[in-house]
Design a protein around this ligand. Structure first.
Ligand SMILES: Nc1ncnc2c1ncn2[C@@H]1O[C@H](COP(=O)(O)OP(=O)(O)OP(=O)(O)O)[C@@H](O)[C@H]1O
Ligand SMILES: [Mg+2]
Length: 288
């Protein structure tokens, strides 16, 4: 099948509320394998809630999310509700997630990369070591023993972001989710991350499949460089879905003010945003 036309995620009429407060009010989306997609929209509009819904982190009120089930030989779209918890873990083998605030584990750099490779993929130590070395090299981090033994708490913001990306790509994922990958970084580090996202996206899997990248961001420079399919959420719905070129040119009185505000939002995010870390806890090892 043509890789480009294969649906990776199909979201229909998705509704999600918390304590009577409806955040998602009917999201319809089809995301295709091999696409680079940015999800934008004002702070609190539900971007991370949408990501967590796709990740199977919580139940939703109405609608459906179907996912390309890569765990069986005949890939097909399968409703998230029909996956068992074990199946979801299996699906997650094929995804890499760079969480808002990185969600690194306490422990060494090596441990951060090794944990999922060991526990989710069940790989042997020697193989894990060589994967860790090449993942660190591909994000331009040192990959010697001394660096790998360094505590993740001792890394700068830019290095921590790189480590979060190295951890995600070490799983050799079909799908990469990035939630605010450049917040808190200086312009030079941000530019490096933009290039990294671009390069990872354009490095095919071993079997020749293209990767799908889904980037939640307020970073206008990232959008200008990568020019992804752009999806804007507004008032719980998809307000815009199209090429970045059209988004950028739009005169819509919803898009225009958001577009102008993006640099401010991007900066604010790094300064005062608290993240609900409990959602990201895996094995109780999270550091924030
Ligand atoms: N676990 C939760 N319990 C209660 N409310 C929640 C929970 N998670 C998210 N919300 C609420 O849902 C709304 C959307 O949150 P979300 O984190 O998706 O925003 P966002 O679009 O990612 O914003 P930002 O750009 O600031 O990251 C917010 O009002 C938030 O308080
Ligand atoms: Mg968010």
């Amino acid at each position: 099948m043509d890789n480009e036309s294969q649906v990776e995620f199909q979201i229909k009429d998705l509704h999600k509320s918390f304590d009577g407060n409806t955040i998602l009010k009917g999201i319809d989306l089809e995301l295709y394998s091999g696409e680079m997609i940015a999800v934008v929209g004002s702070s609190g509009c539900g971007k991370t809630v949408l990501l967590n819904s796709i990740l199977g982190q919580y139940s939703f009120d109405k609608g459906s999310i179907s996912i390309l089930d890569r765990t069986h030989e005949n890939w097909n779209l399968k409703n998230l509700n029909d996956f068992s918890a074990l199946d979801i873990d299996d699906i997650h083998r094929h995804w890499g997630v760079v969480f808002q605030r990185n969600a690194l584990f306490s422990g060494s750099v090596y441990f951060n990369i090794a944990l999922w490779l060991k526990e989710i993929k069940g790989l042997e130590d020697d193989l894990i070591k060589s994967i860790a070395e090449s993942a660190l090299a591909s994000v331009d981090l040192p990959n010697d023993k001394q660096f790998m033994e360094k505590s993740s708490n001792a890394l700068s913001g830019g290095m921590a972001k790189r480590l979060a990306i190295a951890r995600a790509i070490s799983m050799d994922p079909y799908v990469l989710f990035y939630d605010e990958p450049t917040t808190g970084l200086d312009p030079a580090s941000s530019t490096n991350i933009h290039e990294l996202i671009f390069n990872i996206h354009n490095t095919n899997m071993e079997d020749g499949s293209k990767r799908t990248s889904i980037i939640i961001t307020h970073d206008k420079d990232l959008l200008s460089r990568l020019r992804p399919r752009t999806i804007m959420l507004h008032h719980g719905k998809v307000h815009f879905d199209g090429p970045f070129d059209e988004f950028e040119k739009s005169r819509s009185d919803v898009i225009r003010p958001y577009f102008e505000m993006m640099p401010v939002l991007h900066k604010q995010m790094s300064e005062d945003k608290e993240v609900d870390a409990s959602l990201y806890k895996r094995k109780g090892l999270l550091v924030e």
